[in-house]
Write a protein that binds this ligand. Structure first.
Ligand code: ZN
Length: 260
């Protein structure tokens, strides 16, 4: 099942994504699938003109992200693989949706994309074991952990570098059936392939991350975990279009603009 959040100009609604003869439709749902039981309304909309996808979830409480979770990326950043997950927060105000602009703030001259598989939590999780982790996961989406490398180096803490408005594109939908164990995680800038890793190369796998993170923080429905980025990160500038893809899930595409 693929759950999308969308707008036709009014308040956001949810729909199930259906493909038919090359066209994408949304079977509209009543309610919010993250927080309540839902039912189809019977209405069916074609994706496109007038029907725009939004970030599939705006976390109520937090996005927990994991740094250096692929060895080849840790190496390209000039660091070692951490001995335990390197965890940081991105605020929910950093979330934008498919096709929304990534707005580079004036304080950075060195912004980078990071394609990542994102885990969407489905129910309250605290002190969860790795064995039980799967039952707390609603599904998966694609994330771009946009990072101001210069601020990341100079600030000490990563809040500004990774938490500015629009630094967390999410989408295009939540896939509840994806098997995340060994899928490609890719990015393209202006159509050119930049990252092409596989989730099997994560240093700490998803069950371990959910368990480790839930020991420190209570995870709430709609919270999101970013699982790290493979090697190949690099610069983006105003005028670029960056696409992040998780194989079997979908492509998240965003233009880059600059606010000066
Ligand atoms: Zn990242």
């Amino acid at each position: 099942m693929r759950i999308a959040r969308f707008t036709t100009g009014d308040d956001p609604r949810y729909g199930l994504v259906q493909e038919e003869a090359g066209t994408t439709y949304l079977a509209v749902l009543n309610g919010d699938p993250l927080y309540m039981p839902v039912a189809p309304t019977g209405e069916r909309l074609e994706l496109g003109d007038g029907v725009r996808l939004l970030a599939p979830v705006i976390p109520r409480s937090k996005i927990v992200a994991v740094g250096k979770n692929y060895a080849a990326h840790a190496e390209e950043m000039g660091g070692e693989v951490p001995s335990r997950p390197l965890v940081f927060f991105k605020p929910n105000t950093s979330v934008v949706g498919p096709d929304d602009p990534i707005v580079l703030p004036g304080f950075t001259r060195e912004a980078s994309y990071e394609a990542e598989l994102a885990v969407v939590i489905g129910r309250l999780a605290k002190d969860v074991s790795p064995q039980a982790a799967a039952s707390y996961i609603l599904g998966y989406t694609v994330a771009n952990d946009v990072t101001a490398r210069d601020a990341q180096r100079t600030d000490g803490q990563w809040a500004r570098a990774k938490g500015f408005d629009s630094a967390c594109p999410l989408g295009p939908w939540i896939d509840t059936d994806l098997d995340p164990e060994d899928v490609a995680v890719r990015s393209r800038v202006n159509g050119e392939l930049r990252q092409d890793g596989r989730t099997r190369d994560m240093v700490f796998d998803i069950p371990y991350l959910v368990s480790y993170i839930s020991e420190a923080f209570t995870l709430l429905p709609g919270d999101v975990i970013l699982t790290g980025t493979p090697a190949g990160v690099g610069a983006i500038e105003a005028g670029d279009r960056v696409e992040c893809e998780v194989e079997g899930l979908g492509v998240l595409s965003n233009p880059v603009v600059r606010r000066d």
